[in-house]
Design a protein around this ligand. Sequence first.
Ligand code: C6P
Length: 418
Amino acid sequence: MSTTANRVGSVAVGFDAVGFSQDFPALHQLVHGKPLVYLDNAATSQKPRSVIDAITRFYEEDCSNIHRGVHLLSERATKAYEEVRLAVQQFIHAARPAEVIFVRGTTEAINLVAQSYGRTHVKTGDAVLVSAMEHHSNIVPWQILCEEKGSKLRVIPMNDRGELLLEEYEKLLTPETKLVAVAHVSNVLGTVNPVKQIIRMAHEYGIPVLVDGAQAVPHLQVDVQDLDCDFYAFSGHKMYGPTGIGILYGKKRLLEAMPPYQGGGDMISSVTFEKTTYNSLPHKFEAGTPNISGVIGLGAAIKYLARVGLDNVATHEHDLLAYATEQITRFSGVRVIGTAQAKAAVLSFVLDGIHPHDIGTILDHEGIAVRTGHHCAQPVMQFFGIPATTRASFALYNTEAEVDVLLRGIAKVQEMFA
Ligand code: C6P
């Protein structure tokens, strides 16, 4: 499968996506004899050489545990690990490094808040508010909590374009509501939610807000202080970093008052059989040996994104999405799922009479990687009355020419099923 190939592409004005694609080794291969067109970036993005090299370098030169040894390798590893915390702090504009917690990914970040903040603050009869377009990661942890506590999960409704109904949202900001948990960008619909407004409205009622930023950080500048969110969760692997590493941002005041999520090494200050006292932030929430190489890789991904410039990435992906949407709507029998005014990098669609799994399989044989299925957002499928969608999702290295390959692939699918 992995023969080198010339990539399909064209140089967009002012943004050299083809040039950037040279930084990503996995993109340059043939799949079923065709040049790979990778459009499954919302599931995970490809990794630039600098990220792969940073991880290799860590294992070749600095491999050691952190916060534990006085020897040189451990000092180097600790320094590199903590420098990435500062880079993440800058990346999301957090006020303090202590507000940046390394976790496995968005899923673990949300579970941490549910189990620590949620179990402390949500009581019988209370409610947690999520939106109709959440990923299962931002539904199930709250359901587990609500089941345990005898509390309710309430849902902010959306319209047929996939936009949240803010008037309905306001009605749900009742005294029982103890937390709002909402996606910044929907992984199925691509909707960019007005999270700043959502947060301001919740705060007027004294309700804290967790933002699931998994699909936002690779595409938009995020400023947690400007948003004034209480918690912000995201994964490294969707923003050109490695798998198994992610971030929970939390306001210091909230994190300090929260009990630990897991117990173990590094999260303690002192331990006796009678009593344990906990370490200060952020270590209180980082029990055990963390994913050190993942953190190092994430640091390299942040550097890479800074070099390319997130604003440039956003503009490029916006142009690609606009082009793909305009072209795909010319096909008969195509329905785009998610037509919000504000969208980022995601194009979901269904074709009349053709199951998305068949579409995905045929596209794969054309070298095109898309995701098909419910995308871990079954309530969204139920809302639109469909079992699944085909989803193309874009990254900084995708090109208009690749969108054209996708469109030709869709035409082929329709021909085969005609
Ligand atoms: N969505 C997708 O193909 P993890 O798995 O923890 O890195 O991220 C979970 C997650 C949470 N919220 C949103 C909005 C997401 O999109 C995801 C991951 C992938 O859409 C894999 S299911």
